[in-house]
Design a protein around this ligand. Structure first.
Ligand SMILES: [Mn+2]
Length: 235
């Protein structure tokens, strides 16, 4: 069966693996992670990404946080104070933007990886840079479009490949937005609590899209949606 989760933001790997086991996720299943594995909490997703690079049945999609991380990739390889002093004004600005968005957790997580498994870092960076901006897939006769943040400036005539990175990674949908009639669009990025307290910790489903980012301030759970039957699980 095909599952989707999003916005892990440093969620503990062991807890995630135990949760997947509990919902029956096995070797013959497939999991899409719709971006934002990194930043904000815990080790900033370092252990999660290291695990993902060696899974055959897990696919990462690009999130805006991965995009920010990649723009500071050389900091993950070497973040010594000397190096920071040598940074151009432009790369310093890029770095501050990332660090304002929770990048410090990731920097620390990768600093720890440099001690324990330095070879994994270039492998992780290559893996993240290959992550697609969207995935179109068919599950049990039903078409799905997976992105990190929905579809900015949506128009039914606009071909999916012509969406910009900003439209796919930074878009903030409104509850009234309607996407394709015949395709279920699934995304994260906007915590469902931002649409109102009544949605706190719950997936939002409309006729044309699902927001599966149930991240709350406490960051205590991850939603997993099974696309085969749209069953919701919470880890
Ligand atoms: Mn995001």
């Amino acid at each position: 069966m095909i599952f989707a989760a999003s916005d892990l933001h440093g969620f503990p790997l062991v807890r995630f693996l135990n949760g997947l086991k509990a919902i029956g996720f096995g070797e013959t299943d497939f999991l899409y992670i719709l971006g934002d594995v990194v930043d904000r909490h815990g080790d900033g997703g370092a252990a999660m990404l290291r695990w993902m690079t060696v899974q055959r049945n897990v696919q990462l999609l690009m999130g805006n946080h991965e995009q920010m991380m990649l723009s500071c990739a050389d900091m993950l390889l070497d973040a010594t104070p000397r190096r920071v002093k040598q940074m151009s004004r432009e790369s310093l600005r890029t770095f501050l933007h990332w660090s304002d968005n929770g990048g410090t957790a990731t920097l620390n997580g990768f600093a720890a990886l440099r001690e324990t498994d330095p070879d994994s870092i270039p492998r992780i960076l290559a893996y993240v840079s290959r992550a697609p901006y969207y995935v179109v897939t068919r599950v049990r006769g039903r078409d799905f479009l997976l992105t990190h943040a929905g579809l900015g400036n949506f128009s039914p005539e606009k071909p999916i490949e012509s969406y910009t990175a900003d439209e796919l990674l930074w878009n903030r949908p409104s509850l009234a937005d309607e996407y394709f009639d015949n395709v279920m669009t699934v995304f994260g990025h906007t915590p469902t609590i931002m649409y109102g307290m009544q949605y706190a910790g719950k997936i939002i489903r409309t006729g044309t899209w699902c927001d599966i980012d149930v991240n709350t301030a406490a960051h205590d759970q991850i939603a997993v949606l099974r696309l085969d039957d749209m069953k919701e699980f919470y880890i």
